[in-house]
Design a protein around this ligand. Structure first.
Ligand SMILES: *[C@@H]1O[C@H](CO)[C@@H](O)[C@H](O)[C@H]1NC(C)=O
Length: 355
C-alpha cells in the first residue's frame, strides 16, 4: 500500500545488515546491476570435484608429515587455472602417497574465486598460498618474443627461496601447462649431488641459439660460460635446493642479467635465459622422462609436435599452443588427447554466480 505522503525511505534501510536481508529477494543479476554485490570474476571456469586420493598402506603414518612431505610449487593465475587444476590432479592421481604432497601456490594478486575453486575442486588438499609481489620485477622485465612470457608471475620462480618459508628445504617447481604421469616421489628423491638445482638437461640443443649475436660477439659477455659445459634446461620443471639457493646469490645474479638485457638485447625469451646464464652447466641432470617439453609447439605458431621416443613421466605443453585451447577450438593436436583425461573443466553457464 503506497502512501505517497510518507517521507522517503529512511537511509537506515541501506544499513548493511538490512541489505543482506533484502538481497535474497533481488535477482542476482539485478543486484549486480545495482552494484549491491561485486560481480564474481566471470572468467573463472568451473570444475568438477576431483576424487579423494588417499595414501597407500606403504606410505606409513598417513596424512603425510615430517620428512616425507613432498613440496610442490606452482603459480596460480585465473588465465591458467584450467592447466593448474589438471596438473594438480595428475600429481595426486599418480602419487603412491598423495597425502604427502603439499602445494605452494604463488599468485600475483588475491583472487577469492581462484582460491575457492582450488578448495572446492580438491577438498582436503594440502596447500598454502603466497603473494608474489610484482613490484619485485617491475622495471626488470624486457619484452620477449611471446607476450605470455612477460607476465611478472613467470619470474616468480627466481624468488622461491625468499617466498617459501624457511622450514621448506627443497621444492619441485612445476609450470601450469603440464601433467605428471608418474609418482612425483621419484622426482622428489633425486640426488642433487650438492647442486642447487636438478632438471633434465639437453646437451644436443644448440645452446648458442638461446642468446643473441650481441651477446656472443662481446668477449666479456661470451666469457660467461667459460669453464662450464653449458646445456639448455627447461625451467618449467625443476627440483630446487632452497637452502643452498638461500646461501647463494642466485636471485641477485639473475636480476643482474635482467638489467643487462634491458640495456642490450642479449636474448629473446623470458625468465629462462637468466637461469641459463647463472646455472647452465652447474645443474644436476635428471632423466629426460621428467620433462617431455615442447608439446605446445614453437613460440610463434604453436604447431603440432609429436612425442620424442623414450619413457615419459611428465608431459609439458611448453611453447605457444595450450591443450585446453586447442581442444576447445576443436583442432587439437594428437598429443592434446593425453592431457584431456586430467581436465576437470565443467562446461556451465559462463555467468554462473557460483564459485
Ligand atoms: C646454432 O645457432 C646459431 C645461432 O642461432 C647458429 O648461427 C648456428 O649455425 C647454429 N649451429 C648449429 C650447429 O646448428
Amino acid at each position: 500500500m503506497a502512501n505517497w505522503s510518507s517521507p522517503p525511505p529512511a537511509p537506515l534501510l541501506l544499513h548493511l545488515g538490512l541489505l543482506s536481508l533484502l538481497l535474497p529477494a533481488l535477482s542476482a543479476a539485478a543486484a549486480i546491476r545495482h552494484g549491491l554485490i561485486r560481480k564474481p570474476s566471470a572468467d573463472i571456469p568451473a570444475f568438477r570435484e576431483a576424487p579423494a586420493f588417499r595414501n597407500g598402506d606403504a606410505c606409513g603414518g598417513g596424512g603425510g608429515g615430517g620428512g616425507r612431505r613432498i613440496h610442490v610449487t606452482m603459480t596460480l593465475d585465473s588465465n591458467y587455472l584450467r592447466g593448474t587444476v589438471a596438473a594438480v590432479l595428475s600429481v595426486l592421481q599418480h602419487a603412491t602417497c598423495p597425502e604427502d604432497v603439499e602445494f605452494h601456490f604463488l599468485w600475483a594478486r588475491f583472487d577469492r574465486g581462484v582460491l575457492s575453486t582450488i578448495r572446492s575442486t580438491f577438498p582436503g588438499l594440502n596447500f598454502r598460498v603466497y603473494r608474489f609481489d610484482s613490484n619485485r620485477v617491475r622495471g626488470k622485465i624486457s619484452k620477449s618474443i611471446r607476450q605470455a612470457l612477460d607476465q611478472p608471475l613467470n619470474y616468480a620462480r627466481m624468488y622461491l627461496a625468499e617466498i617459501i618459508p624457511q622450514d621448506v628445504k627443497r621444492v619441485i617447481y612445476l609450470d601450469s601447462d603440464l601433467v605428471v604421469v608418474d609418482d612425483i616421489a621419484r622426482l622428489w628423491t633425486v640426488d642433487l649431488g650438492g647442486r642447487v638445482l636438478a632438471a633434465p638437461e639437453y646437451c644436443h640443443a644448440n645452446f648458442t641459439s638461446y642468446f643473441s649475436g650481441e651477446f656472443w660477439s662481446d668477449p666479456g659477455l661470451a666469457r660467461t660460460f667459460e669453464g662450464r659445459r653449458p646445456c639448455y634446461f627447461n625451467t618449467g620443471v625443476m627440483v630446487v635446493d632452497l637452502e643452498r639457493w638461500r646461501g647463494g646469490e642466485y636471485t641477485r645474479r639473475m636480476e643482474a642479467w635482467m638489467a643487462v638485457q634491458r640495456r642490450r638485447r642479449i636474448y629473446d625469451l623470458g625468465s629462462m635465459p637468466p637461469f641459463l646464464l647463472v646455472l647452465a652447466g652447474e645443474i644436476k641432470a635428471v632423466d629426460h622422462r621428467w620433462n617431455q617439453h615442447g608439446l605446445g609447439g614453437d613460440n610463434l605458431e604453436g604447431l603440432c609436435r609429436g612425442l620424442h621416443p623414450g619413457p615419459i613421466s611428465l608431459l609439458h605443453w611448453s611453447g605457444k599452443g595450450k591443450p585446453w585451447l586447442r581442444l576447445d577450438s576443436r583442432r587439437p593436436c594428437s598429443v592434446d588427447h593425453l592431457w584431456a583425461p586430467y581436465d576437470l573443466f565443467r562446461i556451465s553457464s559462463t555467468h554462473s554466480l557460483e564459485g
